[in-house]
Design a protein around this ligand. Sequence first.
Ligand code: ADP
Length: 187
Amino acid sequence: MNLILFGPPAAGKGTQAKKLVAERGFVQLSTGDMLRAARSSGSELGLKVSSIMDSGGLVSDEIVIELIKEQLELNSGAAGFIFDGFPRTVPQAEALDKLLETLNSKVDHVIRLKVDDEALMQRIVKRFEEEGRTDDNPESFRKRLDAYNAQTAPLLPIYAEQGKLTEVDGMQQIDVVAREIDKVLGA
Ligand code: ADP
């Protein structure tokens, strides 16, 4: 079972992914988490992506595709994967299809968490206060939202056409959102 959690920054993708990991034993593949880990390890890759991430821009497709490829190989026996923050561009979506094909697998579901922009801004302010993420400032956040609208949102009609897209209201309580996701995935 391969699921893409789709939505703008701070839509709640990470929160829902963690629930699915705990409840279903899926493996969460978050390119944001991978890039943050690379950055805090001080690796060459981390240095390279650091300023792009802080500014709110997108890291190159090559870099994130390679990270996903490595993780798919490392977790080859997993019950399922949750892609969180990936794919974010059309080339990334195409690369994901190819990678999964080599594993005789495919994208099964795409769940879009819908949240309005004003609420997102409030969540970001709160997250910055709680976690201190360096890209959770208003300027960078605006740029991340722009990147989402320009480069990531165009993936939605593609997945809709494939009959894989379900929209869930991400303004509901965490448990209600989780129940709706459960319904999509089945028991
Ligand atoms: P958000 O909270 O905005 O959803 P993430 O934690 O997923 O953010 O990602 C943080 C940053 O890491 C992004 O703003 C971007 O710079 C980089 N990043 C994460 N995933 C990708 C990706 N698939 N393609 C390009 N850049 C990415």
